[in-house]
Design a protein around this ligand. Structure first.
Ligand code: FAD
Length: 414
């Protein structure tokens, strides 16, 4: 039997995971990995601030899929085959221990993404994956059987199995080589960004972090709750990033011009805040309202909201007018801000969009249109919120593709 050949396009997390696992699971298979640039695993390297947020400590499939604005139903099936627990075990068996932070994100105990890179490189060399750099695949021809891969400036390469793990592209034109195979692409839009609020006085509080706030996009049902960070250009933090992911398509349509409502005390509503303000007036009437410390808010934010309400530093609780009290309740629970533009979050960003999931089998990652063609990672129309969910998709889909290819390839001795 002729030795079978797998070509993987893309030297990122998904491509590596597919290549090293396929080579290990099917020793008779020849595996070649093609990378467009001169560098491997670039995103792994910079991810999580150089620490690589490998996965998330979430161990229930129905819970985990809630973190994927696109692809949840697809992953529900895939996670049965390769889950967070498998990721942790896979790295642990290769000497890479992971640790969990308070917010559930998991990192290598070394706090260095280099540990993950070295582990994947070692596997590639152990199982003799042939890695070719500066190979920009621009045309894929279907042959019978298999495929012929054309890279700019190099001889064509024939293979029996092909896994496309080329990551997300910001421009629709970049997906052309996949569309040419008959696949439909959901148009790409950015996800995981922060909101710009240029000139808004709240930005004077840059650096202030609120433990829990709720942000709503006005005119939609989209809202998220969680930590919020005020920056010199607007707002950031998990609540905002999660919202940007869930609203990625809507916000693109609005050209990133929209208004939001923030509830700075999300455990309360306007009515309960009004009651609390009334109690404060009665109980601490002689005290200056600016000096109140039991609000649960950072002091600078509390004082800022008071100034926004027209309450100056000298005012005592007893002297707050009914009008001020109502306005303060509104500013605490339903303050409206205008957002004008977005900023890429440096720690983690993804492309929403990619290969239509209806055309891919979630149990094998094989194309439903072309036998022998597989997809893994961000090239699929799957994306998660921030916290390690995007890498988990890369590991899961990369592994499943590898396993299916290894099972499909006839065993040969070399
Ligand atoms: C700054 C940053 C930080 C991040 N941090 C985290 C994090 O901490 N946790 C998390 O879960 N996610 C994180 N992400 C998201 C995560 O990195 C990606 O979702 C994940 O890397 C996707 O893996 P991939 O292998 O599918 O694609 P990629 O990592 O993008 O790899 C694709 C590879 O394919 C190559 N390629 C593209 N086209 C071709 C072609 N035509 N021919 C040959 N090669 C090609 C590219 O050069 C690239 O090397 C971060 C992303 C960024 C940008």
């Amino acid at each position: 039997v002729k030795q079978q050949h797998l070509v993987v396009i893309g030297g990122g997390a998904a491509g590596f995971f597919c290549a090293v696992n396929a080579a290990r699971l099917q020793p008779g298979l020849r595996v070649t990995l093609l990378e467009k640039t001169g560098k491997l695993l670039q995103k792994v390297k910079v991810s999580g601030g150089g620490r690589c947020n490998v996965t998330h400590a979430c161990f229930e499939i129905p819970e985990l899929v809630k973190h994927y604005p696109r692809g949840a139903n697809f992953l529900k099936k895939s996670f049965h085959q390769f889950f967070t627990t498998h990721t942790i075990q896979w790295f642990e068996e290769r000497g890479v221990a992971l640790k969990t932070e308070a917010d559930g994100r998991m990192f290598p105990v070394t706090n260095s993404s280099q540990t993950i890179i070295e582990c994947l490189m070692k596997e590639a060399s152990r199982y003799k994956v042939d890695i070719l750099l500066n190979r920009d695949v621009h045309i894929i021809e279907t042959a019978s059987p298999g495929f012929t891969i054309h890279c700019k400036g190099f001889e064509p390469l024939a293979c029996d199995y092909l896994c496309i793990a080329s990551g997300g592209f910001p421009k629709p034109a970049a997906y052309q080589f996949i569309e040419a195979l008959g696949h439909n692409i959901e148009s790409p839009v950015p996800s995981l960004f922060t909101f710009n609020m240029p000139g808004n006085p709240v930005t004077e509080l840059m650096g202030v972090a609120v433990v829990e706030a709720q942000v709503k996009i006005n005119g939609t049902k989209l809202q998220q709750q969680g930590p919020l960070l005020i920056t010199h250009w607007g707002i950031s933090g998990p609540a905002v990033l999660k919202l940007s992911a869930w609203a990625a398509r809507d916000l693109k349509e609005l050209n990133y011009q929209f208004s939001i409502t923030i509830n700075w005390l999300p455990h309360l509503n306007e009515h309960t805040v009004r009651t609390w303000l009334q109690e404060q007036r009665t109980a601490t009437g002689a005290q200056k309202i600016h000096n109140t410390t039991n609000t649960g808010l950072p002091k600078r934010l509390w004082q800022h909201l008071l100034l926004q309400t027209g309450i100056d530093e000298a005012l005592r609780w007893a002297d707050v007018t009914a009008k001020q009290q109502n306005l303060l309740a509104k500013n605490l629970c339903a303050q409206v801000y205008h957002v004008n533009g977005k900023t890429t979050f440096k720690e983690e960003f993804v492309t929403s969009g990619g290969v239509a999931l209806s055309e891919v089998d979630a149990n094998t990652m094989q194309s439903r249109l072309r036998p022998g063609l597989y997809f893994a990672g961000e090239i699929l129309n799957i994306d998660g919120v921030t916290g390690g969910f995007n890498f988990q998709n890369a590991w899961t889909s990369g592994f499943i593709a590898a396993k299916s290819i290894a099972a499909a390839a006839p065993f040969t001795t070399v």
